[in-house]
Design a protein around this ligand. Structure first.
Ligand code: NI
Ligand code: MN
Length: 238
């Protein structure tokens, strides 16, 4: 058997995360690249990306979904209506492959079982034609075949059903928004970490724009003993 590589999670600023699994799958979550002020300068995505996962339809999460799908041959995985919206950015009906799913469902993506879970947030995709209904906001639990269970919360506040996510999937590593204003801030994220039972928190959705004022240090001061808050910078990997 070929020796497996290590799990690598790279933060590309805002909520954009590249997950490279022990089995060799490459997943890009919420690609916000061209207009992301915190996208790491000069960072090159791998030539082949297997899947682009979208948590919801806001521009700071999907604006580079179609370009990445086309350039890197990725299949876009999103809630049903959002997958349909991205598929129409073609230009031809078959030029972007998509998997439409919904809350509670699980799809097999290489060596990853991706489960869509709830989030408390709005959704809606805005373009030159106005605002489009693209389903509700969600998050993803990623159960790796030879690795830990990861959770990317998307945009959300804390909600008590995070306890269900803990009971069902037992995430070890949680990627949580902490910036505030459009999502939860450190106070709410600390309770989310408790509900989830995750021992490692990778903070997202902070510092991108002036209103997103929450910081990893603020969160670190509030979490239970033994919970590690990773103070990473865009371009760094965990
Ligand atoms: Ni949003
Ligand atoms: Mn957002």
């Amino acid at each position: 058997m070929a020796s497996s590589q290590k799990l690598k999670i790279t933060w590309l600023g805002h909520a954009t995360v590249l997950v490279e699994t022990p089995g060799g799958s490459r997943l890009l979550i919420d690609p916000f690249i061209a207009h992301n002020p915190k996208y790491p300068t000069g960072f090159e995505l791998p030539a082949k990306i297997d899947y682009v996962l979208l948590t919801h339809g806001h521009g700071d999460h999907i604006s580079d979904a179609a370009p990445v799908a086309k350039k890197h041959g990725a299949t876009v995985v999103a809630i049903y209506e959002l997958a349909d919206y991205v598929a129409k950015q073609g230009p031809n009906p078959d030029s972007i492959k998509t998997v439409g799913m919904n809350i509670g469902g699980t799809v097999e993506l290489g060596d990853v079982a991706a489960t869509m879970v709830e989030a408390k947030h709005s959704s809606g995709a805005q373009d030159a034609d106005g605002t489009h209904y693209v389903g509700v906001a969600g998050g993803f639990v990623l159960t790796l075949k030879d690795g830990p269970v990861l959770y990317h919360a998307g945009d959300t506040t804390v909600f008590s059903d995070m306890k269900l996510i803990a009971e069902l999937y037992k995430p070890k590593i949680a990627m949580l928004p902490i910036g505030g204003h459009f999502t939860m801030g450190p106070k709410e994220a600390a309770l989310a970490a408790k509900f989830l039972g995750a021992r490692t928190i990778l903070p997202l959705h902070w510092g991108t724009f002036p209103p997103l004022t929450g910081t990893p240090a603020q969160l670190a001061a509030l979490v239970d003993k033994g919970v590690k808050v990773v103070d990473w910078k865009p371009g760094e990997s965990f």
